[in-house]
Design a protein. Sequence first.
Length: 183
Amino acid sequence: MHAYPEAYIRFLAEFHGTRDYFECHELLEEYWKENPDDADAGLWHGLIQIAVGQYHLRRGNREGARKMLRSAWQRLSRANPARAGLDGTALLQQLDEAAGHLEAGESLPYVSWTLPIRDPELFAAAQEQCRLIDGAIWCDPSVRDESLVHRHRVRDRSDVILARQESLEKRRGGAPPPPQDPQ
């Protein structure tokens, strides 16, 4: 078995168990950013984009979904999805069809996706991880749960905002702003 990152196994458990695509994005993005020299960085990035595309589609943001799904297709067509234990041909076809419908202006209602996992050991590990998540049921279609639809509104983004401020100050040649008291 290929040694898959734990974050990826958790990503698969959330993707297929809770259908919380925002959480999927967060899990794999953290790993991807912490491992910029990972040979599979493009692969992880493409999978993150699938989760973000599904998040947008569920929210009715067709343009955001189109951009993410097409970008995921482009990125994954240059990567090797088999290195992530996936059937690359089936995955790329799924992405191309969904993005194509959106590009043609056709309606594409949200449906819960199942990623084509080929590696049986990965499949078993992801299902086992799913069992550890309270309320998660492997491949159960999600319902329109408002907490999943608007998940981006409730997360703490203070670290992202601070990082952007520091980056902006750096580009301007100034010192980063002093840390603010959270009170």
